[in-house]
Structures are given as structure tokens and as C-alpha cells.
Write a protein that binds this ligand. Structure first.
Ligand code: AMP
Length: 547
């Protein structure tokens, strides 16, 4: 057989030749729609390839983006990897301190910034010193170059030259459980195979006839691979742009058939979608992931809106798709309640992904049974799963000796292969689909001279899924005075949505037998809406709560 290279350049060429008339639409900052074909996008990607090369970017260099879901970002998703450089989308929700650390480690050579984010980018710019900046959309600052102008100055011809499918094509950072963000480097081959995998009928199942609305940000886990999956399938795309827009309008006005986003997005959109049920009849499927979607949400969409909801699970480390939840043929005659219970599980492994369950925190691997009851840590391997973090050697904390990724998710797997996440071994809180590292917050809190002990847990929240709750042991007198101080201190290092809503002061933090904070015991104390549920004596119940 031919040794045919699996590269994004091949994917782009296919999209252009076979689907050149398909459309990409973007909601512009002024609310109007930008609309062009794949053919126009293709020519602009080639011009952009020349621009990036002329700006001095060479093979393997990292090029960052600071942008929302727009056509320019989509062009960058192709142009950067197709010249052999590495696309590095920056998560604009992170604080300037976190991003500066990330940009520093990635050694980004050039940053493309959406002019709509000029103000929030300024703080980061200040911290990262002089980097080359190219702006698009509004407000090009005097000192920077402007995207459209650069595209106009170069030739539309460019010959792709990816010599090895194992060249890096993208870099995404996760929120490290220990606080330090960790980079995951994807290759052309891994992204090509991920694209083929998610486009299978039993996974995203996109076709040329679809109109896809990716609400998952392009700065988060490669937008679940949708920028590549859509164009390889030839589906039209509608990109929501940098300003929040009414999802019901987007669906109704553009005939959206498939949309993807985190549960928070779907929970918030539901009342409006219900009100406009008739206008959104084009919508056939919602892909929901990033955190657990509740059975109630799934039921509401399926029963009241007639939209199929498919639950997906994955990680930045997995490009990111690992499992997908669709009913099997044998489930069709089950009662609705049973169907929704199955759909609320995180699903079966995408073909190409291997899963196994291992005893939690055990160094000796014994595979646990797939009986739907036994809980273990999910371990994964696949052609699109990382085998190390960027610029670091694999450690046993994250990878097993026999080469599997330890996901840090605790789950059951049933006899049919449906995985259900029941908990997280890693100390991450999921808020609106984004990770918040409880360890990073704890470390920052402990730096305060008045804090003796600190533990941060995620408590259920109707709107965001989970929100952090900080439990701290304080010097008695300073308790009230210190609250503002703590919040201010966290606000310097972390984005607003990471700041715990409530701080609880305790005499002592419950410990496990080996003296570590016992997060499960703490959770049991505060799980009821952030208030202590277990009363009684002892020293570890809260002294008080201040919000
Ligand atoms: P990230 O790398 O930021 O996408 O975070 C990956 C983590 O998000 C996983 O390890 C899970 O803990 C969580 N996650 C992703 N998808 C789901 C899902 N469908 N249900 C529950 N948790 C999820």
C-alpha cells in the first residue's frame, strides 16, 4: 500500500476540491453575518501561509491565537499547521498570569489577536514583553500589523510541504491539577485520525448536508476537533463570533442541524429554545460534553424539543474525543426513562480508543470488571492520545508503565461498554466546561500568612455544574478582615470565574489516614448548597461561613 501522509494539508485540499461551494458563516462584532465559501477560505489560507512565513515563522515554531470562533480563527487553524508550524490557541478565559506562564513555556513566536479582545489582551501583552502581534476584526492598535492588510500584500499561491505526518500541528494547554498548566502537542497524523474517528456515523456522524454550530470555543481542546471534522465532511459551519449571541436565532436563521457545547450552554439556552420550538426544527442533534450532562437536561431536549442529545467525553490529552453516547439498536424498544439513563452515561469508546478500568491509586495494575458497578480509574490509549506532556518526560502520575494515559476520572463501565463517570480522582473542579485546579487555589490561599490550612472542593451548582468552595483554617481575629484579602489575592492570579463564591472557616480540615485533606469528607460536610450538613461535635465542623 502507498505510504500516504495523514496531514491537514491533505484534508484542506480535499475540502477545497470536493466541497469548494460549501459555506462558513461568522457572526461579526456588529451582529451582521460574514459569509463565504470553502473556496474563498482556501485562497485566504494560502495567502495567510505566505504572511506567516514572511513574518519569520519556521517549521516547528509555535504561533498563538487569542480569539473566539470566527472565520479568521478557522483560517489560522489550517494555515499555521499546513506550513509546518504549531497552532497554539490560548484560552482567553484564563488570567493574564496563567497565560503569560503558558506563552513563556510555549515560546510563541507570533500571536494573532481578535481586535474585539484588545482590552483584555493588554494585560497579557504587558506581561509577555515584545511579541509580534497581528490583529483582526476591530481596533488594530497602531503598533501592530493588521490581518487583512497583510493578506492583501501577498500572493495566493503556496505549496504545502509537510514531510512527515508526525510533525506537530497543534498545542493546547490543560489546567494542571497541581496548578501548573500542561501542554499537549498534537501531530498531523493524530489529528487526521481523530477527524476520521469522530466523523463515523456512530460518533459525530457529520455529513455534507449538515450545518454545524460549534459553540465549544476554538481555544478549548481544539474545539473538539470540529473545525477539521466539519470541513473534511463538507458540512456548512456557522461560527458564533466573539460576542455572545442568541442561540435560538442562530439555529432558526441558519438552519443549524448539529450544534456542540457544554451542558451550561444547553441549560441556559433551553427556555428560549422551548419557546421557539417550531423555529428550530432544523436542529437534529446536540453534542454535549466537557462535563456531565444531567439526565433531566437530556430528557428535556429529547422529549420537549425532539432533538437527539449525544453525550461525549474526552480530554485535551485525547484530542479530545474518547467516548460517545448513542443508543444501540437493541435499546430502541426500551422505555424513555431507560433510554435517557443510558444516554446520560458518557458513552462507549470511539472506535480506535481503548479503555480499561484500574484500581484507584494502585501501582499494581489489575483490570477491573465491566459490570456497571465496579468503580475504577479510567485508563486510555489511542492513536490520538498523548504519551507525555509538552517539554516533559512521562511520569507515573499521568502515564502507566505499559503506556496508557491515566485520566484521573473514576468511572464504571457496563457489559455493553458504556462508561459512566462517577467522580474525579484528580483535583479539578469543572465550571461551565472549564477546569479549575483546586490544588492551585489551595497553594495560593496557603501563601496568606493568616491561613493555617486550606482545601478547595467543587460543589454542585445549577448554572455552572460545579463551583469552588474554599475551606480554610484561619487566625480567629483576622477572619472577617481577611476575606477581602483572600479574594483579592486570588483575583491577581486567576480569572474571575475561578474565585470561590464562599469561604468557610474551620478549626481543622478532615484528614485521610495518611494525613492528606480528605476531600470526600469535606464534600459530605458542605455538599448541601455549600452549607455544613453534618452537625455534631468534633473539631472539624465549620466555625462559620462568610460569603
Ligand atoms: P479538558 O481537558 O479541559 O477538556 O478536561 C477533561 C476532563 O473534563 C475529563 O477528564 C473529565 O473529568 C471532564 N469531562 C469531559 N467530558 C465529560 C463528560 N461528558 N462528563 C463528565 N466529565 C467530563
Amino acid at each position: 500500500m502507498m505510504n500516504y501522509p495523514l496531514t491537514l494539508a491533505q484534508m484542506l485540499e480535499h475540502a477545497h476540491r470536493i466541497h469548494g461551494d460549501k459555506r462558513v458563516q461568522t457572526v461579526l462584532p456588529n451582529g451582521k453575518m460574514h459569509d463565504y465559501t470553502y473556496a474563498v477560505l482556501y485562497e485566504r489560507v494560502k495567502r495567510l501561509a505566505n504572511v506567516i512565513t514572511e513574518l519569520g515563522v519556521q517549521r516547528g515554531d509555535r504561533v498563538a491565537t487569542y480569539a473566539a470562533n470566527t472565520y479568521q480563527h478557522l483560517e489560522l487553524y489550517y494555515a499555521i499547521p499546513c506550513i509546518g508550524a504549531v497552532l497554539h490557541p490560548l484560552n482567553i478565559r484564563l488570567s493574564a498570569v496563567q497565560l503569560a506562564q503558558i506563552v513563556h513555556e510555549a515560546e510563541d513566536k507570533l500571536i494573532f489577536v481578535d481586535g474585539m479582545f484588545t482590552e483584555q489582551f493588554e494585560e497579557l501583552r504587558h506581561k509577555i514583553g515584545c511579541k509580534q502581534i497581528v490583529r483582526f476584526n476591530l481596533n488594530p492598535a497602531d503598533t501592530d500589523t493588521f490581518y487583512e492588510q497583510l493578506l492583501g500584500e501577498v500572493e495566493p499561491a503556496y505549496t504545502w510541504d509537510i514531510q512527515d505526518e508526525n510533525w506537530a500541528m497543534g498545542l493546547c494547554y490543560t489546567s494542571g491539577t497541581q496548578g501548573e498548566p500542561r501542554g499537549v502537542l498534537y501531530t498531523h497524523r493524530s489529528m487526521f485520525l481523530h477527524t476520521l474517528a469522530v466523523n463515523q456515523a456512530d460518533v459525530f456522524g457529520l455529513t455534507e448536508a449538515d450545518v454545524v454550530l460549534p459553540l465549544v470555543p476554538m481555544f478549548h481542546a481544539m474545539a473538539w476537533g470540529l473545525p477539521y471534522a466539519c470541513m473534511f465532511a463538507g458540512a456548512d459551519m456557522v461560527l458564533p463570533g466573539p460576542k455572545p449571541t442568541c442561540i435560538a436565532n442562530l439555529i432558526a436563521e441558519n438552519g443549524i442541524t448539529v450544534a456542540a457545547g457544554v451542558p451550561t450552554v444547553w441549560a441556559n439556552a433551553y427556555p428560549e429554545l422551548l419557546r421557539r420550538r417550531k423555529d428550530i426544527s432544523s436542529l437534529r442533534r446536540v453534542i454535549v460534553g466537557g462535563e456531565a450532562a444531567s439526565p433531566t437536561l437530556i430528557e428535556a431536549y429529547e422529549k420537549e424539543l425532539g432533538v437527539e442529545v449525544c453525550h461525549a467525553w474526552g480530554m485535551t490529552e485525547m484530542s479530545p474525543t474518547g467516548t460517545f453516547s448513542k443508543l444501540r439498536g437493541t435499546h430502541q424498544n426500551l422505555s424513555d426513562a431507560k433510554k435517557w439513563r443510558i444516554k446520560a452515561k458518557q458513552g462507549r469508546p470511539v472506535p480506535g480508543v481503548e479503555l480499561r478500568l484500574a484500581p484507584e491509586a494502585s501501582t499494581n495494575f489489575t483490570e477491573l470488571p465491566w459490570d456497571g458497578e465496579t468503580v475504577g480509574e479510567v485508563q486510555v490509549r489511542s492513536p490520538w492520545t498523548a504519551n507525555r506532556y509538552y517539554k516533559s518526560e512521562p511520569t507515573t502520575e499521568h502515564f502507566t508503565d505499559d503506556g496508557w494515559l491515566r485520566t484521573g476520572d473514576l468511572a464504571t463501565i457496563d457489559a455493553e461498554g458504556y462508561m459512566q463517570i462517577v467522580d474525579r480522582a484528580k483535583a479539578l473542579i469543572r465550571s461551565g466546561g472549564e477546569s479549575i485546579s483546586s490544588v492551585a487555589l489551595e497553594t495560593a490561599l496557603l501563601k496568606h500568612p493568616r491561613v493555617l490550612e486550606a482545601a478547595v472542593i467543587g460543589i454542585p451548582d445549577e448554572k455552572w455544574g460545579e463551583r469552588p468552595l474554599a475551606v480554610v483554617v484561619l487566625d480567629e481575629q483576622a477572619r472577617k478582615k481577611i476575606l477581602d484579602d483572600l479574594k483579592q489575592r486570588l483575583a491577581v492570579e486567576f480569572p474571575k470565574f475561578w474565585i470561590p463564591d464562599r469561604f468557610v472557616f474551620v478549626d481543622e480540615i478532615p484528614k485521610t489516614s495518611v494525613g492528606k485533606s480528605d476531600k470526600r469528607a469535606i464534600f459530605a460536610m458542605f455538599a448541601s448548597n455549600g452549607k455544613q450538613v453534618a452537625g455534631g461535635s468534633g473539631t472539624s465542623h465549620p466555625k462559620g461561613e462568610i460569603s
